[in-house]
Design a protein around this ligand. Structure first.
Ligand code: ADP
Length: 176
């Protein structure tokens, strides 16, 4: 029974939650897709903090996550995680994708965030098959929530109809 997970369609930059998650790349220097949308809408303060993180630790590895201000966005923080590039499925992609969700949620807990919104990590230019990504995303979040009470709500914000349908169907499985 999982009533802490929601699915919605739309633009993650509009979400008024404690933290939105960015599907970043390991350089943390911005990019296309949801990454570009977050930096555009949030303004330069986000990139400034990303640069400081890069100076300190040299970017962000695949499956890991870092946190910055959300700048002008309605959210309080942006958690930048790096999903795996899909390379056929034999390069640890599934585990790395689950790690991206888990490590983002752990960082949210560490920063007292109770509400977190995710995009469908790796399903854009990184090419992860959407159905498999939906299963992994919902499973990873569900498992995390089962062990960690500090998070009140996780919202999957889907930009496209296909991800919305797939993720909603996975969420229904864990809710019934
Ligand atoms: P990745 O490199 O991890 O594949 P992308 O940004 O290319 O990241 O795509 C990840 C997902 O984010 C895709 O499903 C894409 O449709 C979606 N997306 C793009 N813009 C937004 C947005 N503004 N809000 C929510 N999701 C978005």
């Amino acid at each position: 029974m999982q009533d802490k997970v929601e699915v919605t369609k739309g633009d993650i930059t509009r979400m008024k939650v404690d933290a939105i998650v960015n599907a970043a790349n390991s350089s943390l220097m911005g990019g296309g897709g949801v990454d570009g949308a977050i930096h555009r809408a949030g303004g330069p303060a986000i990139l400034e903090e990303c640069k400081k993180i890069v100076a300190r630790q040299g970017g962000c590895k695949t499956g890991e996550a870092v946190i910055t201000t959300a700048g002008n966005l309605p959210a309080k923080f942006v958690i930048h995680t790096v999903g795996p590039v899909w390379n056929g499925g034999n390069r640890n992609e599934r585990i790395l994708l689950a790690n991206a969700y888990r490590n983002s949620l752990q960082l949210a807990v560490d920063n007292n965030c109770k509400t977190v919104a995710f995009p469908a990590i790796s399903t854009g230019v990184y090419g992860f098959p959407k159905a498999a990504a939906a299963t992994i995303a919902v499973q990873a979040v569900n498992e995390f929530l089962a062990n960690e009470r500090a998070i009140d709500k996780v919202i999957f914000v889907c930009f496209d109809e296909e991800n919305f349908r797939l993720i909603q169907s996975e969420v229904q499985k864990i809710s019934s």
